[in-house]
Design a protein around this ligand. Sequence first.
Ligand code: ATP
Length: 321
Amino acid sequence: MIEVRDLRKEYGGFVAVEGSTFSVDEGEVFGVIGPNGAGKTTTLKTLAGLLEPTDGHAEVAGFDASDPRMRQRLGFLPEESPLYEEMTPLSYLHFFADLYDVDRAVAETRIHDTLDRLDLEYRERPLGDMSKGMKRKVAIARSLVNDPDVLVYDEPASGLDPLTTNYIIDFTRELADDGKTVVFSAHNLYHVESICDRIAIMNEGRIVARGSVAELRERYGRTAYHVYTSVPVEGSEPVEGRDRHERTVESMDAVEATREAAEAAGGRLVDIRTEDPSLERVFLDLAEGESDAERAVARRAEEGDAGAGDAARAEPPGADE
Ligand SMILES: Nc1ncnc2c1ncn2[C@@H]1O[C@H](COP(=O)(O)OP(=O)(O)OP(=O)(O)O)[C@@H](O)[C@H]1O
């Protein structure tokens, strides 16, 4: 449903996005995550046809992203969505439905159904009097007035209270369950983990990793081993209230070395607990900078995985299609 190949976007001489390649299947939720300035908004605006790529190709629903016919199939939610403060949700949404040439009766039903699903009770109140969460719901309803196949949402739940955030995140997943294809950007990893089928992690304009949450964990994550000893060893910390010391290591060899060090000091290994890698750790490793991304790729290469070498293509193009 979405194909992006070697996308590059420059602002003046500044390269905001470079070498982005990914695809999104019909009915999938695809998350784009990364720190501030990573290039998420630029990528999403290019998909929405609002920015012309400097180089490369972006195709949405079978059309080039710059093709006006694509707009009929797309619903875009910008990061900031200023609404016309004097309009009411109903007048505002009908205004956009008219722009899309949606039949009045069809629009009426669609708008009310969407607002029902979004649990937005106040429909005749001026938008200027509404809370931030309510306004965000109206903006989401606007993205759906033309019943699009593809939704591109830039930070849909950023800056909202936890209840509204969860509501919007769950609603986003429901849209995909209805068959719509969703691409969204986020800072909050919990939401990405909970609703995305696949994600791309961006840093400094490049995609440094992409795949399902489980794949990324497996590929880049490090299992942590918490090793408990009866005596202090190098790098250990006393465990409060217990007669033991904890050292956290990342390999079985280091576990073994800890055991040997404890025995050499006249003590013993008491316990080992393993901790699965969190997506947050993977994200931080990859987003901390090229050097870390390269380290992750190098680690992958050490493990004998082919195709590693360029951090921007930590996964070979086409590998997830
Ligand atoms: N119109 C513009 N002119 C010049 N530089 C821009 C423009 N828009 C974005 N940039 C720069 O391009 C880079 C990527 O910006 P972008 O908004 O795509 O990042 P982002 O990942 O969405 O960040 P955030 O999470 O802060 O929204 C940033 O360094 C930004 O300063």
